[in-house]
Design a protein around this ligand. Structure first.
Ligand code: MN
Length: 250
């Protein structure tokens, strides 16, 4: 990324790191990314699924989390603004996380204006409308009532329940077609229309990094899907000159 000129003002977008204790190489790559790459950016947008799961903000001080939280805090203290949109794995991230990291929580989707471009950002799971079972689950767990009830249970009980849900989801995924787990084109177009045709729409979730050019009602929109952090890290850089994909080796 140094080659692109860190003196040029730019913003970075990442998603789907799925940080967890069982994949320590990804956590250390993320920490290095924060220290050496993200610190050169004006803004860092984390578009969901930073963590493999998040049981509640009372888990902030867990040793696995504390090092990550403090590294994000160091970044935001150094002058890079950090923004976060919930993923389907870490939708329970709340205001205590925001306070501890200095990150600002944004609603999904949100619009931002950067370098003369109007940009919509999202995690992306809400667009997978072909997966009706998931959408029903999403509606349930995103309700304040469900969250209040869930968070009233002890942390250990919540983690146990999440583990059950994760195993169920893994089993279900193996029975679902790839098409069902991708975004629905009509849902994408409806969203672009609803938001008056942003030039760029950036999201993650599907783990299918790509750039889709969409012609809609006489407008041109680009839908950019971010890559995940499994085989390597992945980051999108935006500046006044354009858009660049950057792989981050572990
Ligand atoms: Mn996701």
């Amino acid at each position: 990324m140094t080659n692109l000129g860190n003196a040029v003002s730019h913003s970075l977008f990442i998603s789907d790191l799925h940080l967890c204790a069982s994949r320590p190489a990804i956590t250390s790559a993320f920490l290095k990314f924060l220290q050496n790459i993200a610190n050169k950016a004006e803004q860092l947008f984390i578009l969901g699924d930073l963590f493999e799961y998040w049981a509640g903000d009372d888990d902030l001080n867990h040793a696995d989390h504390a090092v990550i939280i403090s590294a994000i805090k160091t970044l935001s203290n150094s002058g890079t603004q950090v923004f976060f949109i919930h993923g389907n794995r870490d939708f329970l991230i709340g205001q205590q996380f925001a306070a501890a990291t200095g990150a600002k929580l944004l609603k999904d989707p949100s619009e931002v204006n950067l370098y003369g471009k109007r940009i919509m950002i999202s995690h992306g799971d809400e667009l997978c409308t072909d997966d009706s079972r998931y959408q029903a689950f999403r509606l349930q767990v995103r309700s304040p009532e469900w969250q209040q009830d869930f968070l009233s249970h002890p942390l250990s009980a919540r983690k146990a329940q999440i583990e059950v849900l994760r195993l169920q989801s893994e089993q279900e995924k193996s029975n679902k077609s790839l098409e069902i787990m991708d975004v629905n084109e009509a849902a994408v177009r409806a969203l672009l229309r609803h938001h008056a045709y942003p030039e760029l729409f950036i999201h993650g979730h599907t783990h299918r990094p790509n750039t889709h050019n969409i012609e809609i009602d006489g407008h041109h929109c680009q839908r950019i899907v971010l890559g995940d952090w499994y085989e390597q890290g992945s980051c999108l850089r935006l500046d006044e000159n354009g858009i660049y994909h950057q792989a981050i080796s572990f």
